[in-house]
Design a binder for this molecule. Structure first.
Ligand code: ZN
Length: 473
C-alpha cells in the first residue's frame, strides 16, 4: 500500500510521482524534478515506442514480433509484441514463452495464413546468422533476426574427458582401434557436430512456433559460374554497371591466398585491381583481376601498363585449375547439416558472393544476421528489428549448488547497476549467503560478464530450454 502520510514518498510505492492521483500528495516545497520518474510518466503518453536511455537520450525502439498459436496449436502469423501483451492482459491469449515471445489464443482460428516465410541461415565457424523473412503482398517483413554464438569449449572438454578415461583404463590390456564411433564413415568430430546440432535446434524451436516454408542456406563462398567468361549478370547489377560482381571479387581474393600480391600484407583491407583497366576495355574476368592492398593499389593508378606484364605472369604461374579448386571448398559438417535440413523442409542453397551482391545493392550493413536476411533473397522494407543473441546451453551441469534464493543455473536474469546500466543474461555461477556476504550471482549478458551481483536485486525473466535467447540492448 502507498504510504503518503507525512508527505514523503516511500521507496516501496510503485506509482509515478506525477500521476494525477498522487498530485496533491506532493509536498509543495519540493522542486519538481523530471529525472526521478520521467520514464513511467511520459511513456504512456507520447513515447510508447521509444526507449529512454539513462542519460536522457531517446532512441527509436526496434520492432519485435511475438509468435502466435491458436487453441489447437496451429501456427498463425506473428504479431507485434505490444499487441501480444494486450491480448494477454485481456485474457484472450496465454503466454507460452517469454523469450522468444509466444502466445496461445484461447479460441480456434479458422483463417488460413498463406504468406510465405523463409528462414535464412548464414552458417559460420563461430557465429551463425539466423533470420525469418515473411513475403507479404506489398512488402517483405523481417520477423526475427539473431546471431548465434557457438560453444567453443567442447574440444577442450573432450580432451579432459579423454584424460580421465585413460586413467581408469590403465589396468586393462591395451586394445587398439576399438572405438566403433571413430571408424564410422561420415562421422563428425563432437566439436563440429554440436555446432551443426545447435543450428538444427534453433530451426526446430522456431518451426514449432511459426510455419516456415523453406530453409535458405549459404552453401559455398562463391558462385563458380561467374568465373566463366560472358556469364550473364543478375538483373540487380544492371543498376550499377561500375560495380564488380562480389563473386568475382571474393574469387580473386581467395585465389591470391587473401594477401597483397605486391608486398605480401595479409592483415589489411584487400582491394581487387583490374590489370587491364576498364577504360582500356579490360574485362571483369578472374584472369584480369589481382588482389592488392590499398597502398599498392594507389601506386598502380594511372600507370597500369607498367605493372600489367608482371601481374599477368603471376596469375599464369598458378596453373589453369587453381581457379576452380577453392571454389568448391565447403566447411566441415555442412553436408550433414544440409541433409538434416532438407529432410525437414525444402532447402535452397545460395552462395556467399550473391549474398554480398544483394547486401550492397540493398544498402544493408554487414553482420551475421543481416547476411541471413539477404540469403533469403527477399528485399526487406526495414531491418530495424530486435536483434537476438543465441547461445546453446550445455546439457550437463556440474554445478554444486542447485538453487540460490529461487534462482537456478541457466536462468535468464536482469539486473540494473547503480549507474543505470541494465543487463540481461544467463546465470553462470551462484553463491549462497554466508555470514557477511549476501547471496550473489554471476551472469553473462551479450556485452558483459557481470560478477557477484546481489541476487536479491536480480529479476528472473525466464527459464530457457536448450538455447539461450538474449536481447542485444
Ligand atoms: Zn601491398
Amino acid at each position: 500500500m502507498m504510504n503518503y502520510v507525512s508527505g514523503t514518498r516511500s521507496k516501496l510505492t510503485c506509482g509515478c510521482a506525477f500521476s494525477p492521483l498522487l498530485w496533491e500528495c506532493q509536498p509543495r516545497n519540493r522542486p519538481m524534478s523530471w529525472t526521478d520518474n520521467t520514464e513511467t510518466h511520459i511513456l504512456p503518453l507520447t513515447l510508447a515506442r521509444r526507449k529512454i536511455l539513462p542519460q536522457g537520450k531517446v532512441t527509436e525502439m526496434s520492432k519485435e514480433y511475438s509468435f502466435v498459436l491458436d487453441a489447437n496449436g496451429k501456427r498463425l502469423d506473428p504479431t507485434i509484441v505490444q499487441n501480444a501483451w494486450r491480448l494477454v492482459r485481456q485474457k484472450k491469449a496465454a503466454l507460452v514463452s517469454k523469450y522468444p515471445m509466444t502466445i496461445r489464443f484461447k479460441k480456434v482460428v479458422e483463417d488460413e495464413n498463406c504468406d510465405e516465410v523463409r528462414m535464412g541461415i548464414d552458417d559460420g565457424a563461430t557465429h551463425v546468422g539466423i533470420a525469418l523473412v515473411q513475403k507479404c503482398q506489398k512488402r517483405n517483413k523481417v520477423l526475427l533476426k539473431a546471431t548465434m554464438e557457438h560453444r567453443s569449449d567442447v574440444g577442450k572438454l573432450m580432451t579432459t574427458r579423454r584424460a580421465y578415461r585413460r586413467y581408469w583404463k590403465r589396468h586393462r590390456p591395451t586394445r587398439f582401434d576399438n572405438r566403433g564411433n571413430s571408424r564410422k564413415t561420415g562421422r563428425l568430430a563432437p566439436s563440429i557436430h554440436q555446432k551443426r546440432q545447435a543450428v538444427l535446434r534453433v530451426a526446430d524451436q522456431l518451426s514449432k512456433r511459426i510455419r516456415i516454408d523453406s530453409f535458405w542456406l549459404e552453401d559455398v563462398v562463391i558462385d563458380i559460374r561467374t568465373l566463366v567468361d560472358g556469364y550473364k549478370l543478375y538483373h540487380w547489377q544492371y543498376q550499377k554497371p561500375n560495380r564488380l560482381d562480389e563473386n568475382l571479387r571474393k574469387a580473386a581474393i581467395l585465389r591470391d591466398g587473401c594477401k597483397c600480391q605486391e608486398c605480401g600484407r595479409t592483415n589489411c583491407r584487400l582491394e581487387v585491381h583490374h590489370i587491364t583497366p576498364r577504360r582500356a576495355n579490360g574485362r571483369d574476368t578472374i584472369s584480369n583481376l589481382i588482389t592488392l592492398c590499398p597502398s599498392c593499389h594507389d601506386k598502380t593508378k594511372g600507370n597500369e601498363e607498367q605493372f600489367a606484364e608482371r601481374y599477368y605472369a603471376m596469375i599464369r604461374s598458378r596453373g589453369n585449375n587453381a581457379e576452380l579448386k577453392y571454389a568448391s571448398h565447403v566447411m566441415v559438417g555442412k553436408a550433414w547439416l544440409r541433409a538434416k535440413l532438407s529432410s525437414r523442409l525444402p532447402l535452397i542453397l545460395t552462395t556467399g558472393g550473391d549474398t554480398a551482391n544483394k547486401r550492397i545493392d540493398w544498402g544493408i550493413a554487414k553482420s551475421h544476421s543481416n547476411d541471413a536476411i539477404c540469403i533469403t533473397g527477399l528485399k526487406p522494407e526495414g531491418i530495424d528489428v530486435q536483434e537476438w543473441m543465441l547461445h546453446p546451453i550445455r546439457h550437463q551441469s556440474k554445478a554444486g549448488i542447485k538453487d540460490v534464493i529461487g534462482f537456478r543455473h541457466h536462468d535468464i536474469v536482469a539486473y540494473t547497476f547503480k549507474n543505470g546500466e541494465r543487463h540481461e543474461g544467463y546465470v553462470t555461477a551462484m553463491y549462497p549467503a554466508n555470514g557477511k556476504r549476501c547471496a550473489s550471482l554471476n551472469f553473462r549478458s551479450p556485452t558483459k560478464h557481470c560478477k557477484r551481483v546481489n541476487a536479491r536485486k536480480c529479476k528472473l525473466i525466464c527459464r530457457p530450454n536448450k538455447i539461450y535467447w538474449l536481447r542485444y540492448a
